[in-house]
Design a protein around this ligand. Structure first.
Ligand code: GLU
Length: 295
């Protein structure tokens, strides 16, 4: 007899860098609708890894906005759950253990080149936004048999994952269809731990998605390239790869992607202007089966 299919486990993973806007609302409503449709569970993860960029005031605001919108989760920083803690800032030991595993397997190397050096030496012009990494130049890579220094505690150099050059990484996106990228050409050796002793988003996200038993990752289409990197991290750590569903990004009337600087479209501003959660859900084109009542 076949084992029962795993219960769907999805997640909302906002970063507390500002107030949530309509674009976040759409992604999170879709994530919730997919979890509902699969009769699964949804958890809230607070991506507050980098204390230099994130502001704790935004965490409370984020939770309030999500609840106002009608979203509910069965696990999260405010309600606890079996995968606690749900704040990334409290999960460092897991990330550090993953880093040690990658180090022991000699899949990472220390890098002393600055982002500016990497940008200047990158073979191809950098197309990603400020948040994405340029393709790491092969010339900067140490030979695979170079002695590997200890990680250090605290970490004081950037550590990068050595990507399998020339390998095509593929996945089937639930929304965007088949995706593929060539390691070393479309993306290069990427950061797993920063020299200011902060784990990278790629590492933390992959470790958490595995540790929290996430079966489908629903997020914005701007993170598709990150998915290839996270697949490599998951593979290197021996974890299963979840399903992925990357949503279209919402754009303003000028075609500019909604970002947190679009204050007029923040959920707080819309709410103050008299918009209801139902208005927002309609604007986003997503309805939930049983929206939670207003707090
Ligand atoms: N916290 C990330 C962000 O807000 C998204 C993480 C993810 O969904 O993988 O951009």
């Amino acid at each position: 007899m076949l084992p029962p299919p795993p219960t769907y486990r999805g997640r909302l993973a906002p970063s507390p860098t500002g107030h949530l806007h309509l674009g976040h609302a759409r992604t999170f409503l879709l994530a919730a609708a997919r979890a509902q449709a699969a009769d699964g569970r949804l958890l809230l993860r607070n991506d507050d890894l980098d204390s230099t960029r994130y502001h704790m005031d935004f965490v409370a605001a984020m939770i309030e906005d999500l609840r106002w919108l009608g979203l509910a989760w069965s696990e999260g920083p405010d309600v606890g759950g079996p995968s606690a803690p749900y704040n990334q800032s409290q999960r460092r030991p897991l990330y550090r253990a993953a880093l040690a595993q990658l180090h022991a397997a000699r899949l990472i190397f220390p890098c002393t080149h600055s982002r500016r050096d990497v940008l200047a030496a990158a073979a191809a012009p950098h197309e990603g936004g400020a948040d994405d990494e340029p393709v790491y130049p092969a010339a900067f890579r140490p030979p695979p048999d170079a002695p590997l220094p200890p990680l250090g505690d605290p970490v004081t150099v950037n550590w990068r994952l050595r990507v399998p050059d020339g390998e095509t990484i593929t996945f089937q996106d639930g929304h965007a269809g088949p995706q593929s990228a060539v390691a070393g050409r479309d993306f290069g050796d990427f950061l797993v731990w920063r020299k200011d002793d902060v784990p990278s988003y790629q590492l933390a996200c992959a470790v958490d998605d595995a540790a929290m038993g996430i079966t489908e990752v629903v997020r914005g289409g701007d993170l598709i390239k990150s998915t290839f990197r996270q697949i490599l991290v998951l593979r290197a750590l021996g974890h299963a790869v979840p399903a992925y569903f990357h949503c279209d990004l919402m754009r303003d009337e000028n075609g500019v992607r909604l970002a947190k600087r679009h204050d007029a479209l923040s959920l707080r501003t819309l709410r103050t202007a008299g918009r209801t959660p139902r208005d927002i859900r309609r604007l986003c084109g997503v309805e939930l089966e049983t929206p939670q009542p207003l707090l």
